[in-house]
Design a binder for this molecule. Structure first.
Ligand SMILES: [Zn+2]
Length: 121
C-alpha cells in the first residue's frame, strides 16, 4: 500500500475542522441529527426591521442555505473518507476499486474515484 494514511488523515481532519467552522458561521447542527446541518437566519438588528431589511434577510437566508448545502456535501465526503481510513479502504476508487493516484488525493483528499471514473460517482 503506497498511500500514506496518516498524512491524508491529518489533511482530512484539518479540512473537517475548517468546514465545521465555516458551517458554524452560516448554520447550526440539527439537534435531532448531529451529522446534519441547517442554515440559520442571519442575525441582524431586528429592532429596526422594515420591509427592505426583511427582504434582505430572506435573501441572506437563502444564500446561507446554498452555502450550507455545498459545505455539507464536502463535509460528508470528508467524513466518508475518514471512515474509509479506519476501515483500510481509503484511496480506492468506488467504481473500479483501484488505488487512486496519490497526486489526485493530494489535490482532493476526499476523492472517491480514480481519475478515469471521476464523473461517474
Ligand atoms: Zn476507477
Amino acid at each position: 500500500m503506497a498511500i500514506d494514511y496518516e498524512h491524508f488523515k491529518k489533511k482530512l481532519e484539518t479540512e473537517k475542522k475548517l468546514l465545521e467552522k465555516e458551517l458554524g458561521e452560516v448554520g447550526r447542527r440539527n439537534p435531532d441529527n448531529l451529522s446534519d446541518w441547517e442554515a440559520t437566519p442571519t442575525k441582524k438588528d431586528s429592532s429596526q426591521a422594515d420591509e427592505n431589511t426583511t427582504a434582505d434577510n430572506i435573501e441572506d437566508y437563502e444564500e446561507n442555505v446554498a452555502i450550507v448545502n455545498t459545505l455539507e456535501t464536502r463535509y460528508q465526503d470528508i467524513k466518508t473518507s475518514l471512515d474509509k481510513i479506519k476501515n483500510n479502504k481509503y484511496g480506492l476508487c468506488e467504481i473500479c476499486g483501484k488505488e487512486i493516484h496519490t497526486e489526485r488525493l493530494e489535490a482532493n483528499p476526499s476523492a472517491r474515484t480514480c481519475r478515469e471514473h471521476m464523473n461517474l460517482a
